[in-house]
Design a binder for this molecule. Structure first.
Ligand SMILES: O=C(O)COP(=O)(O)O
Ligand SMILES: [Mg+2]
Length: 226
């Protein structure tokens, strides 16, 4: 039986990349050929998934900043309190913490709804300062994200699905870390790659054997063959 190709909600870091954090070039082949919506759902600031979608030749359907920014059908929305996250980051620095991205901070330069901190930072101090500001910290394996509770990739996926007139359960989600748990909860089917953290593995319907894009490619092949 041939079923309709499902729409995808794909994490970027750890899922479309290799173990060195580089985009796996096979992502171009697989995603350019995908015959349904591809949503890039990432913790990265908005310009990263927008430019990746652009160069993949995809419609711009993007969830950035862990759900803080959602773009679908030419409509963009923002949720999350960047000013509060900035105040927490400033307090963290005042108490001796280091954001850790160097003098030009490309990670936060275009970030509108949260702040990301290098994982070399003092995690305990960061978590305690964030809690004082009623913010939470996500550890994606690539950065600590100081963010507004309740703003998540999963809420972003619900918003995207609504804009596109689809059921969020139509989507297949693939990811690797705690910031993908909410996507896994909202999507109809969810896959964690083998390099995923414990939270993502626990939340996923299936943990695949392959790591990084090897795992993602195996899922995409199995979906295409349904
Ligand atoms: O920006 C990060 O920390 C991780 O990004 P990701 O959600 O695409 O894995
Ligand atoms: Mg990831």
């Amino acid at each position: 039986m041939t079923t309709e190709t499902p729409p995808l909600a794909l994490d970027i870091d750890g899922t479309l990349t290799d173990g060195m954090g580089r985009l796996d070039p096979r992502a171009f082949e697989y995603l350019q050929a995908w015959d349904a919506t591809v949503v890039l759902a990432t913790g990265k600031a908005f310009p990263y998934p927008v430019s990746l979608s652009h160069y993949l030749g995809l419609e711009l359907t993007v969830i950035a900043e862990n759900g803080g920014v959602v773009l679908a059908d030419d409509t963009v929305s923002y949720q999350g309190d960047r000013e509060r996250a900035q105040a927490a980051a400033d307090a963290f620095v005042d108490r001796g913490g280091d954001i850790g991205w160097g003098s030009f901070d490309a990670i936060n330069e275009w970030r509108r709804t949260e702040i990301a901190v290098n994982r070399s930072a003092d995690e305990e101090l960061l978590r305690s300062v964030a809690a004082e500001f009623d913010l939470e910290v996500f550890d994606t394996g690539y950065a600590y994200h100081v963010k507004t509770p309740g703003v998540e990739k999963g809420t972003g996926l619900k918003a995207v699905a609504e804009t596109l007139g689809r059921d969020p359960r139509d989507f297949v989600a693939i990811g690797d870390s705690e910031n993908d748990v909410s996507t896994f909860d909202v999507a109809g089917r969810s896959f964690a790659v083998a390099n995923a953290d414990a939270a993502a593995k626990e939340a996923a319907d299936v943990v695949v054997e392959g790591s990084y894009f090897d795992g993602t490619a195996a899922v995409l092949e199995s979906l295409a063959g349904e």
